[in-house]
Write a protein that binds this ligand. Sequence first.
Ligand SMILES: O=c1ccn([C@H]2C[C@H](O)[C@@H](COP(=O)(O)OP(=O)(O)OP(=O)(O)O)O2)c(=O)[nH]1
Length: 171
Amino acid sequence: MDHAAATPTGATVDVLVVQVEPDLPVPGYAHPGDAGADLCTRVDVDLAPGGRVTVPTGVRIALPDGYAAFVHPRSGLARRHGLTVVNAPGTVDAGYRGEIEVTLLNTDRDEALVLRRGDRIAQLVVQKVERARFVRAERLPGSHRGEGGFGSSGGWDPGAGGRAIVHENIR
Ligand SMILES: O=c1ccn([C@H]2C[C@H](O)[C@@H](COP(=O)(O)OP(=O)(O)OP(=O)(O)O)O2)c(=O)[nH]1
């Protein structure tokens, strides 16, 4: 099992964890100062090129009110194998008591990926979140960006003229 569960120095919040199978590690930070605690797969997975799978992590948590946890991909797996999290970052609500699952996508067109039970597959970032009151208004205050959407600062082909852009399917 490739996992270094360091006791986090400077931890600022307690998060209760119930392990679905006690021999798997609780989420752990690999290094002091890391933002993400590693999540492991509870099952073996063979992921075909272009394949998608939802993997159980073996952990259930109770976040305090005012917090959420976000499931992010691991950069090393992304770089080496093209592995990503489909809905990155996945949102774990404070009220969620079920097992955290991770929906993985093997973006590599040629190589299958083998994950074994206990392998680290993603990382969980615990954050304070605001809860907004959405207040109806007739107009919004001005800003430097204005209505310029994504790509408006350059590097994007504006030829689509506001139409949806259909991206090539990975298959
Ligand atoms: O990567 C993820 C994302 C979410 N969840 C769990 C925790 C979260 O609280 C719940 C619901 O997630 P989300 O709100 O993103 O899903 P939804 O499709 O909007 O479903 P819902 O209608 O239940 O909110 O699923 C995970 O285990 N892993």
